[in-house]
Write a protein that binds this ligand. Structure first.
Ligand code: BES
Ligand code: ZN
Length: 621
């Protein structure tokens, strides 16, 4: 249906550019409707509801489950195809008949897993799959008590995005396929279970929990966490979950959650999911945050003690609109999830903490984007917003391009059409596409028809074509600047000229400022300068993970050995890929660095989730 509404072809070409060349490039970039990262056949048979029964066995590190799928038949189909990865399928039954039917598992693909094909008829309404997970299930991380804050109980969490849901649920694992769900989950009776659904706030006596997700969601938003977890309310509809020893720190850090939801609603329409809670996980969680509906999963590395990293909550909350409500059609449209979310995140930050704060975060994002583009190369096709990850793992597409280039494209539109018009557009966009998918062409069509409306000047000013289909940044793009940071530019220059760091820590005080300052120091600043800065700021011993990561990368670049024990500790404790990768990458650049990286990794790997160790295996092999 959505496609039918926009049959008018995309006309993005500016008169000055070679039209034929552009068309060819566009055609190459544009995918057909099929999701290249799923074996499923939704045009023929597609799921719309799941009833899940799970037993969580910590001793065996195994989930056994029954997934009962309710299905629909858009066409006459003689089979339905699911995605699986490393699942053992014991039995499949159809509708009310309990006799097992034939099923076939396809060849193993190292990225996509295996297709599970089940013959059905047009009358088939339910498909019941009995299965169990492997020890190696990519979505799951089983933590022993030592790897938790409390050290007493084991912990389990899932990470399904992008295509790992299939390693713990047989599912049509495409972001374009949505379903509602219920779940019965059985865990050891001293542990709490939580899902991306309406959640309990207390442990049950028997370890049995029931969940309901009444809104249709794609399978990358399926989530489960099990552990010694407690709840604390922030306000009526928001709250935090964490291990008991962490709970009050977490509640302090995220005290503004309720205000964030209010601010978000005021800009872009009602929060549609009921409650909004955050679960803070043990430090091995591979991401900063994951926008599981109703319950964001978050890394403890944002609990800085001074609320300086709470933009993460703004970000994951924003996904409740951009991503969870309006979802990228395939992982090649990933920037539509993340770019919109970073834009929305900074608008929440501006609403709560003011324009200066949002601007600083924007400039830090720009710094990071420029470093990212430099590393990838500004002709690299993966620096386009519309990417083609067919045949590759979409998890490898997590870079500043989708996030920050996406953000700056939207910011460019905002500046060209004016904030008022852009806000009205966005609010309608979220309403129009709620619980549906969005792809690149649909968004660009709507931009043309609803905002640009044939205005040649606007069209040129925005230059969607360059942003979306060309690598690097458009030539006309002007770097953002923050008045607060301007002062740090001159302080940095002064320091580099005089080699005197005395008093700097009285002038460079906030986390944003420190991050900006560290990034402004030249790569080859030298050990003497590192020593002076460290004596003044004590960055090596910082407890702020963002500061630590930035400083440790610079320390490796400059062979500043005083930081090495702290680096080793950081790499062993923390499993967040965004921090691990740049440090390991920098270490791997020299022979001796690579040797120590491998030594650290030998011990640390067991603490990492598969998302992180897969990336680092590749890097250090
Ligand atoms: N949805 C992402 C995490 C993700 C992306 C998981 C791609 C798997 C594949 C999440 O919303 C995110 O962007 N997290 C960031 C947070 C940051 C931008 C505030 C992270 O983990 O660093
Ligand atoms: Zn995100």
């Amino acid at each position: 249906m959505r496609k039918l509404l926009f049959i008018i072809p995309v006309i993005l070409l500016s008169c000055t550019q070679n039209k034929k060349e552009q068309k060819a490039e566009e055609a190459k970039a544009v995918q057909t409707g099929k999701d290249p990262h799923s074996f499923s056949n939704p045009e023929e048979a597609v799921v719309n509801h799941l009833d899940l029964d799970l037993k969580v066995d910590f001793a065996k590190q195994q989930i056994t489950g029954i997934a009962t799928w309710t299905i629909q038949h858009p066409k006459n189909a003689d089979e339905i195809v699911f995605d699986t990865q490393d699942l053992t399928i014991d039995k499949v039954t159809l509708d009310e008949d309990s006799t097992g039917v034939f099923f076939a598992l396809g060849d193993k693909d190292p990225v996509l897993g295996q297709a599970l094909s089940i013959p059905i008829t047009n009358q088939t309404q339910k498909v019941k799959i009995y299965y169990s997970t492997a020890k190696s299930a990519a979505a799951l991380q089983w933590l022993n008590p030592q790897q938790t804050a409390g050290k007493q109980q084991p912990f389990l969490f899932t990470q399904s995005q992008a295509i790992l849901a299939r390693s713990w649920i047989p599912t049509q694992d495409s972001p374009g396929i949505r379903f509602t769900y219920t779940a019965n989950v059985e865990v050891p009776n001293n542990l709490l279970a939580l899902m991306s659904a309406e959640n309990p706030q207390k442990k049950s006596a028997d370890g049995k929990y029931k969940f309901v997700q009444p809104h249709p969601i794609p399978s990358y938003l399926m989530a489960l966490a099990v552990g010694d977890i407690a709840f604390k309310a922030i306000d009526q509809r928001t709250g935090v979950y964490a291990e008991p020893g962490m709970l009050s720190k977490v509640a302090y850090e995220f005290a503004d959650m309720g205000k964030m939801v209010n601010a978000a609603e005021k800009m872009y329409g009602d929060y549609r999911w009921g409650r909004y809670d955050v679960l803070v996980l043990p430090p091995s969680f591979p991401f900063g945050g994951m926008e599981n509906p109703l319950l964001t999963f978050a890394t403890p590395t944002v609990i800085a003690g001074d609320r300086s990293l709470v933009s993460l909550v703004a970000h994951e909350l924003a996904h409740s609109w951009s991503g969870n409500l309006v979802t990228n059609a395939t992982w090649n449209d990933f920037w539509l999830n993340e770019g919109f979310t970073v834009y929305f995140e900074r608008r929440i930050i501006e609403a709560l903490y003011g324009a200066d704060e949002a601007k600083m975060q924007e400039v830090l994002g720009y710094q990071s984007l420029m470093e990212g583009i430099k590393e990838m190369g500004d002709k690299n096709p993966d620096t386009r917003l519309k990417v083609d990850f067919t045949g590759r793992n979409p998890d490898d597409n997590v870079s500043d391009i989708a996030y920050e280039k996406g953000y700056f494209f939207l910011k460019t539109i905002e500046q060209a059409v004016g904030r008022q018009k852009f806000d009205a557009f966005l609010k309608d966009y979220f309403a129009r596409h709620a619980f549906k998918t969005i792809d690149n062409d649909t968004f660009l069509n709507e931009l043309n028809q609803l905002l640009i409306k044939g205005d040649e000047k606007l069209k040129k000013q925005i230059d969607s074509y360059a942003w979306v289909y060309q690598p690097g940044l458009p030539k006309e793009f002007k770097a953002p600047s923050s008045s607060v940071f301007k002062n740090i530019d001159s302080l940095t220059q002064q320091f580099l000229a005089t080699k005197n760091a005395g008093g700097l820590s009285k002038k460079i005080t906030s986390t944003n400022e420190k991050l900006y300052f560290i990034h402004k120091l030249p790569d080859n600043v030298g050990q003497d300068a590192m020593k002076l800065v460290d004596a003044e700021f004590n960055f090596t011993a910082s407890k702020n993970a963002e500061v630590q990561c930035a400083w440790y990368v610079l320390a490796v670049k400059n062979k500043y050995e005083k930081a090495y024990p702290a680096i080793k500790e950081f790499l062993t404790e923390v499993g967040r890929r965004k921090f691990l990768m740049p440090i390991y990458k920098e270490l791997a650049k020299t022979a001796e660095g690579k040797k120590s990286a491998k030594e650290i990794y030998k011990n640390a790997r067991a603490n990492y989730h598969s998302v992180s160790y897969s990336s680092i295996d590749d890097l250090l092999k």
